[in-house]
Design a protein around this ligand. Structure first.
Ligand SMILES: [Zn+2]
Length: 419
C-alpha cells in the first residue's frame, strides 16, 4: 500500500510517457550500442516473436489481476493492523517518548515498518520474482532489497511533515481537510522541486546525454520548442530493470527531461526524436502544473469525504480499534484506507486528464519533429514489445487505470497524422 504522500507524489511526479505496466528486455543491455544500427541488428526481442507475444499476453493478464489483488491485500493488512489493536499498541509504545512531535514520528516509523514487513512477501513476489521471471530484473535480491529499504527510510523521514500538520489541524478545526489541502500545495511543490535533485540520484546516475550526435539533434529540437536552456538527462535505469521509459519531472530550476539508457540503446535517432518531442510537449504545455491543480482538488474532495464518515466508523468499532477519535494518531491506518478507496474511485478522473495530456504531447511530438508516422509508430511498437505492454487493453482497464492512451490508438493516430 502506498501511503498518502507517496500516492500524491507519484501522481504528481510521474508525468511519465508510458504506462507503468510497460517494459522488459531479456538480455543485459549493450551500453555502447549504436542507436542507428539497432533497427537493423538481429535482435531476439524486436520485432516480436510468437514466443514473446505469448509472454506479453500473460504479463498483461497478470498485471490486470494484480492491480486488484494488490489493492485488496494492502487494505486487508491495514484492517488487520487496526482491528487487532496493533495500531493503538504502537501509538502507546511510541508515546513513551516524552516529546509529542517525536512520539508521533516514532509511531509513524513503527507503523510503516510493521506495514512493510507484513506486505514484504507480496512485494518480493510482485516486484522482484515476477519481474525476474519476465526478464526485466537486472538486480540481485540484495541489491533490490537494499534499494527498497532506502525507499522505506526516505518515506519514514518525510511522512512526519504532512502527518504532523494533518493531526494538528484535525484537533484544531472542523475545516482540517481544507486547511490541510492548502498547506499541502507548497509541500508537494517543494517535493517535486527537490525530488529530482536529492532523491532520484540516490537510486540512479543522471548524466548529460553521452551520444554527441543525438545531443545536437535534441538541442536543435529544444531550440525549435523554445526551451533551449532546458536540462536533458540520461539515466542508467538499466541498473534496475530493462524496461524502457522517458519522462518529464521537476519544477522551476529542477525541471528536466529524462531519457533512460534502455531507450537510448534500443531506439533509432528518429524514434528518440519523436519521444523527445513528446516530452518537450509536456514541458512546454506545463502539464505538471495542470496535473498538480487537479490533484489538489481531488485531495480536498477525498479528505472532505473521509471527514464526513470516518468518525462514525470509529465510534462503531472503537472497542476493537482501542481508540475513539480521529484525532488519535492510531487512526492513521484507517485514514490511509479511506484515502486509498476514495483515490481509487478518482482514478478515472486523474487518468482521463493524463491521457488527454499524453495525446496533446503526441501531437506536439509530431509537430515539432519531421519524423514520419511510421517511425513514430515504431517507437510505440517497440515500447509494447520491450516492455511487454498490451498494445490494446480492454477499454475499461484503460479508462480506470491507464495514464496513457492505448499504444494501438497512439500508433494509429501518428500513422494517419501527416495525411
Ligand atoms: Zn507523455
Amino acid at each position: 500500500m502506498k501511503n498518502i504522500v507517496i500516492i500524491i507524489l507519484m501522481l504528481c511526479c510521474s508525468t511519465v510517457l508510458y504506462a507503468a505496466d510497460s517494459s522488459v528486455v531479456e538480455t543485459p543491455l549493450v551500453v555502447d550500442a549504436q542507436i542507428d544500427s539497432v533497427a537493423t541488428q538481429s535482435n531476439s526481442i524486436y520485432p516480436m516473436s510468437l514466443e514473446r507475444k505469448e509472454k506479453l499476453t500473460s504479463y498483461s493478464l497478470f498485471n490486470n489481476i494484480w492491480r486488484f489483488t494488490d489493492f485488496i491485500i494492502s487494505i486487508i493488512i491495514l484492517f488487520l493492523i487496526l482491528f487487532t489493536g496493533l495500531s493503538a499498541k504502537l501509538r502507546t509504545y511510541a508515546e513513551k517518548i516524552p516529546n509529542k512531535f517525536f512520539a508521533l514520528w516514532g509511531f509513524i516509523v513503527l507503523f510503516l515498518a510493521l506495514e512493510y514487513i507484513l506486505l514484504l512477501p507480496f512485494h518480493v513476489y510482485r516486484s522482484f520474482l515476477v519481474e525476474g521471471e519476465f526478464g526485466f530484473m537486472n538486480q540481485t535480491f540484495i541489491e533490490w532489497f537494499s534499494e527498497d529499504l532506502l525507499g522505506l527510510g526516505i518515506n519514514m523521514l518525510l511522512m512526519i511533515v504532512p502527518i504532523f500538520f494533518l493531526y494538528k489541524l484535525i484537533k484544531a478545526t472542523k475545516y482540517w481537510w481544507l486547511k490541510f489541502t492548502i498547506g499541502a500545495i507548497p509541500f508537494i511543490v517543494i517535493m517535486i522541486v527537490l525530488a529530482p535533485i536529492f532523491i532520484s540520484p540516490l537510486f540512479n546516475d543522471f548524466i548529460d546525454l553521452e551520444n554527441k550526435e543525438l545531443k545536437s539533434e535534441i538541442h536543435s529540437l529544444a531550440e525549435k520548442a523554445g526551451i533551449e536552456g532546458s536540462d536533458i538527462f540520461q539515466v542508467n535505469t538499466s541498473k534496475q530493470s530493462s524496461k524502457i521509459n522517458a519522462y518529464v519531472t521537476g519544477m522551476f530550476n529542477s525541471k528536466r527531461i529524462v531519457l533512460t539508457d534502455n531507450l537510448i540503446n534500443h531506439f533509432t535517432t528518429n524514434e528518440i526524436k519523436f519521444v523527445m518531442g513528446h516530452e518537450m510537449g509536456h514541458y512546454v504545455m506545463n502539464h505538471i502544473w495542470k496535473t498538480l491543480i487537479v490533484i489538489i482538488i481531488v485531495l480536498a474532495l477525498a479528505l472532505w469525504l473521509t471527514g464526513l464518515t470516518i468518525q462514525k466508523f470509529i465510534d462503531r468499532f472503537k472497542s476493537r480499534l482501542k481508540f475513539d477519535s480521529l484525532s488519535d494518531h492510531a487512526s492513521l491506518p484507517l485514514l490511509i484506507i479511506y484515502m486509498s478507496f476514495i483515490m481509487f474511485m478518482f482514478n478515472p478522473v486523474i487518468n482521463s486528464l493524463s491521457r488527454y495530456h499524453e495525446h496533446q504531447s503526441d501531437i506536439y511530438g509530431m509537430e515539432v519533429t519531421d519524423v514520419d508516422g511510421e517511425e513514430a509508430a515504431s517507437a510505440f511498437d517497440k515500447l509494447s514489445v520491450y516492455n511487454l505492454a498490451d498494445p490494446n487493453p480492454h477499454p475499461f482497464i484503460v479508462f480506470w487505470f491507464h495514464s496513457h492512451p492505448s499504444l494501438q490508438d497512439r500508433m494509429e493516430f501518428v500513422r494517419q497524422y501527416r495525411k
